[in-house]
Design a protein around this ligand. Sequence first.
Ligand code: URA
Length: 261
Amino acid sequence: MDSAQTYWRDRALLEWQVELGATEAILDAPLDRYALETVKPAPKVAAPANAPSPTLPVPVETDAVGDATRAAESAGDLPALAAAMQAYDHCELKKGARSFVFSDGNPAARVMIVGEAPGREEDRAGKPFVGRAGQLLDRMLAAIDLGRAHEDPARAVYITNVLPWRPPSNRTPDAEEIAMMLPFLRRHIALADPDLVVVMGNTPCQALLGRAGITRLRGQWVEVLGKPCLPMFHPAYLLRNPIAKREAWADLLDLNARLKA
Ligand code: URA
């Protein structure tokens, strides 16, 4: 391999690690921990008979999903739900995020859109879908006369995400993060009480329908919490695959027809 090839290989490996969430280089050279000598545990020395018994740390049982369920159920309205989510400490993403991103649009809207998680722009602004994908989403909605700030409440939308905190390097949320935030999302939908739910991309499908595979799921109405729900391609996917806009347009027309039915 010549030096240019080595450069591009190393660079691809580095980008892959950043994509996985690595934020810091710890050592200059790789460390083969298998090659290290096994450290033998120190021999146990019997404590003197009159020694005080050691204070052991008490293991704390955490029930992240149970705590989320109780917190979500005790929220009687959307501001209370936002406060309960902000007070919830089990999700590690909270520590690395700049903002808590709850929702945008009209909470009384007939259509509620559920995305994945805030990205960099959303983390900065404290609002969902404000970056490039969000701008495309706004244009898609405008094409069927919907909008988050539409003056006619009947044509307004309400937008949220599965997660309110940005995952590092925009990585896909993991199963544990989705599971612990799901009780809040379900309560969010129940409190907003839209007529129709639109789930954009695999993460909200996984959370609310229990399955992913958006290419097959999109365009097929299903039921979520007793409401008609339409899975659609995520606008970020459409930015990467403009050819799929054709299917997205068909789904938008279908959504519009449901609203007018
Ligand atoms: N992608 C999402 O799923 N949600 C956002 O808020 C922004 C980008």
